[in-house]
Design a protein around this ligand. Structure first.
Ligand code: NAD
Length: 426
């Protein structure tokens, strides 16, 4: 177990997510001539709460974990962002993820600011009851920051609707109020939404369709490569093959599989349910985890952790375009290579906004006390994603820059407008 203060990260080795975020903010700020006072404000997270999370383990020992909740900016509304449990989590990565939420919610046109939090722990080493005690104590420690009008957490890497249920129940027990709208990604019985789990993947599909349309690529029979087969990568592989694409290679932390005719995704899912990894799937050739970058395809989707695509990988991939389902999967150096090679990248702060948009719908319904029709919810999600894509595409065209810079430019402009009109307190 790691102790408080250790400097580690769940990014790929050596990648500093916060430096990469600052570089992106600076670049977009220069492009749009951002007010230097606003720029200064956005280079520093608004507030950071670090908490000790003592947990009584099943064998009677006490373990003390470290947790955080970060609010990067709340000028456009309550902080919004996931809760991550990971053994390598660190504050610089959380700062970057919180800032990404600030711009993501702005690009998606949602009335939220940016937040992120989590606990440095390895959930695979905890029993279910230890995980519950850890979640509840973490919720109690960060509760002063959380609420429908303050900060609305959601699931992220290694957290799920059960963890959101324990988190929301803890808030209710502490306050005596049914604060359903304080947390999203909850079970349906607690004011959650059917379809929340697949919303990020559906949003990625909308972006793949929109990008293919702009680039004149027919998706039927086109090849897709996906890094990661978790909450996002798994449903995404299914949706893409249902749309007639060939998902030719998929990887996870244990290995990768390749089939040039297209993987049978439902059989692959059965294999993963049984073996907890894609590795060894009989309907494909097993390849090493990092060999997926050598597989030619029309679309490549990183759906694992930050910093996965380095400049070296960017030089060798043979793809028509990339759609970032993961947060921060492409390093700034790799971005430059893609720009030189003319390979479009649909950036994370646009491509993976399906999840947070769905969270917005859940929050709105919980505040209304009225559940929407699922078909209307799906149609609204598609509309938000299509509008976001069109806005970013048009901005990239107007400014003659790549889509990431265009997305940051839109995000910065929208956040800056709120900061300026609200003024600086006191
Ligand atoms: P997850 O933990 O469910 O899945 C992650 C997958 O990546 C797993 O299959 C894991 O084995 C694989 N993986 C980890 N390291 C790898 C490596 N080195 N090489 C290949 N595969 C590796 O997480 P998730 O919820 O699917 O999230 C994936 C990414 O998408 C994260 O960056 C997350 O922040 C982002 N994201 C998720 C959501 C959501 O709704 N879950 C929303 C927005 C963004």
């Amino acid at each position: 177990m790691h102790t408080r203060g250790e400097a580690m990260s769940s990014d790929s080795a050596g990648f500093d997510a916060w430096s990469a975020m600052l570089q992106r903010i600076d670049e977009a700020a220069a492009l749009i001539g951002l007010d230097p006072n606003v720029h200064k404000k956005l280079r520093v997270p608004r507030r950071i709460l670090e908490v000790a999370v003592p947990v009584r383990m099943d064998d009677g020992r006490l373990e003390v974990f470290t947790g955080w909740r970060v609010h990067h900016d709340t000028s456009r509304g309550p902080a919004k962002g996931g809760i991550r449990f990971h053994p390598d989590l660190d504050l610089r990565e959380l700062n970057a993820l919180a800032a990404a939420m600030t711009f993501k919610t702005a690009v998606a046109g949602l009335p939220f600011g940016g937040g992120k939090g989590g606990v440095r722990c390895d959930p695979s080493m905890l029993s279910l009851s230890e995980l519950e005690r850890l979640t509840r104590r973490y919720a109690a420690e960060v509760a002063p920051l959380v609420g429908p009008e303050r900060d609305v957490p959601a699931p992220d890497v290694n957290t799920n609707e059960q963890i959101m249920a324990w988190f929301a129940d803890t808030l209710w027990m502490l306050s005596g109020e049914a604060g359903w709208a304080s947390v999203t990604g909850k079970p349906v019985v607690m004011g959650g939404m059917t379809g929340h789990a697949g919303a990020t993947s559906s949003g990625v599909v909308t972006c793949i369709r929109a990008a293919a349309d702009k680039l004149g690529i027919d998706l039927v029979g086109a090849r897709a490569v996906i890094q990661g087969f978790g909450n996002v990568g798994g449903p995404l592989a299914f949706l893409l093959s249902s749309a007639g694409m060939r998902v030719v290679a998929v990887s996870d932390v244990e290995g990768a599989v390749y089939n040039p005719s297209g993987l049978e995704v439902s059989e692959l899912s059965d294999h993963v349910r049984l073996h907890k990894t894609v590795a060894g799937f009989a309907g494909a050739e097993s390849i090493s985890r990092d060999s997926i970058w050598d597989v030619p395809s029309e679309v490549m989707v990183p759906a694992a952790l930050s910093g996965a695509i380095t400049a070296e990988i960017a030089h060798k991939v043979q793809v028509s375009f990339i759609v970032e389902a993961a947060n921060g999967p492409t390093t700034p150096e790799a971005d430059e290579v893609f720009a030189e090679r003319g390979i479009p990248v649909v950036p994370d702060i646009l491509a993976n906004t399906g999840g947070v948009t769905s969270s917005y719908f859940e929050w709105a319904q919980d505040k209304q006390g009225f559940a929407w029709d699922p078909e209307m919810t799906a149609a609204r999600l598609r509309k938000f994603m299509e509008e976001g894509f069109e806005a970013v595409w048009a901005k990239a065209d107007l400014l003659k820059v790549h889509m990431r810079l265009a997305a940051y430019a839109i995000g910065l402009e929208r956040v800056a407008e709120a900061i300026v009109v609200r003024g600086v307190f006191p």
